[in-house]
Design a protein around this ligand. Sequence first.
Ligand code: PRP
Length: 200
Amino acid sequence: MEPTPTATVEEAQAELRRGLGRTLLTEEEIRTRISELAAEISRDYAGLNPLLVGVLKGVVFFMSDLLRTITIPVSVDFMAISRYDPSRKTRGAVRLIKDLDETIEGRHLIFVEDIVDTGLTLNYLVRILRARGPASIEVCTLFSKPEHRLTTLPIRYTGFELPDRFVVGFGLDYREAYRHLPYLAELRPEALQLNAPDRL
Ligand code: PRP
């Protein structure tokens, strides 16, 4: 989806909408749920100064909204990973390409994700973090696809459980597009077929 330099705003917006199906969650529904999660976290972690840890990139949208609605002192840090086989999404095989800046020994960690699908990424990263001796680790995810889960790691805070559909927006992308949408929408099957089915 290369932007054409001559496109008007309307043409560019129409191009963006072309691949999208129905909206599953509106911006308001998502923001309301994030406020509820932030209120729970603020209550549960009062006095503990937790460190919120996210794995780039999809989480930045949820993380920034969550941070702005949490009402107690918190810190934030990010990790980045690369997948050995992104075409097949072999979720177990990840390599850490950016580690945390903070030392986590004795800290209360909240591992924040945009989506937990198979749970393998989470499982791998939480195992690495646990070995560093934090006081506690809990998981907070905006979206979850429980039908796909291959692990049993407990998730303390879940925003929404999603059906088994290809969805984009609020951090979730299709070939790096659509992440910036402030709502969650289905991607039309034609859009998937038109692009590259092998990427799924
Ligand atoms: C997404 C998401 C999680 C992971 C979840 O990242 O942010 O890290 O997939 O999948 P799993 O539960 O099956 O392991 P993605 O690889 O799409 O990278 P991105 O955040 O840069 O989009």
